[in-house]
Design a protein around this ligand. Sequence first.
Ligand SMILES: Cc1cc2nc3c(=O)[nH]c(=O)nc-3n(C[C@H](O)[C@H](O)[C@H](O)COP(=O)(O)O)c2cc1C
Length: 348
Amino acid sequence: MSNGAAPSRTGPSSWLGGAGAVTPNLTVNIAPSHPAGLMLRNPVLAASGTFGYGIEFAGLVDIQRLGAIVCKGTTLQPRVGNPPPRTVETAAGMLNSIGLQNVGVQAVIEQYAPQWAAWTVPVLVNIAGESVADFARLAALLDGVPGVAALEVNISCPNSAAGGTYFGQDPDMAAAVTRAVRDATDLPTVVKLTPNVTDIQPVALAVEAAGAHALSLVNTFNGLALDVRQRAPRLGQGAGGLSGPAIKPLAVALVARVAEVATVPIIGIGGISAGEDALEFILAGASAVQVGTMHFANPRASVDVLDGVVAWLRRHRIASVAELTGCGHPMLAVRERAVVDATAAGLR
Ligand SMILES: Cc1cc2nc3c(=O)[nH]c(=O)nc-3n(C[C@H](O)[C@H](O)[C@H](O)COP(=O)(O)O)c2cc1C
């Protein structure tokens, strides 16, 4: 896993002197393999579909403090989405079936990107398609648009040419989308993985080999909630995607699993509501995190998570957040320690 500078996995090496007056270095490069990189001022992003286009939150919270904002999933044509109800509360989480309601790429380019261009916080456009060609077209249209800092490619969408199998559930299809996007744009490209697979590693490896600059994970887990009195699904569409604190341990485990094989940075997502949640993902191997569902309970959630991360780093006198990536991952730490021991013994 790479974060610009090589992270230590056995433990942070530089410590803040004094009683925490120094501000920790929060910067992270989430696309070090891209010629220009994608340097963020801090590792806390707002997740797609939970923060609108950023603009809706501008009056509620200082959005410019965030590491980045990922906008609502964007398709070639505007979409009206699924029938209501589209969200239901579940134990420690929520189930949604929005159906990618969005304004379409042209409106993003004409209405939102000009506003983003005046911001200091970078905006990643989350793109979704029904075919490889859709993704390529979206990437080409967004290429070079001022205000668009990078793409996040949502491969948790059904491939209409493959009977509705999700692109992200098949390593070859996931790689084909990634390659098509990379060929169509010079923008840094983050590929967002679905957790709804038997093994996430082959998909992560395939999209990395196809040119992804970073991986974000996870999208929502397949879920179903039934109303026992009505004897019917609680969502208008039937099944949906589970998110929120309920999924956090599942998501952390998947980040740790991808960290074992990925060399590009990982952005961890799933149930983050506090600074320590974000740090769990970072210790498991993430370089940055996204906050999603908690925005529905607290519009300030991502800024609160950021404040929590900073307070924790100060309390533990850690100089740079990047040093923590992978430090709590048992396998990565053991591997690093083996290298250190072998070097000390003159075996390497
Ligand atoms: C209402 C809602 C809408 C979402 N829309 C999108 C979307 O358009 N594109 C996408 O890639 N992920 C979308 N997601 C998934 C989130 O970005 C995130 O990956 C997921 O919710 C897990 O994080 P969380 O537990 O912090 O919410 C959506 C999630 C929710 C709850």
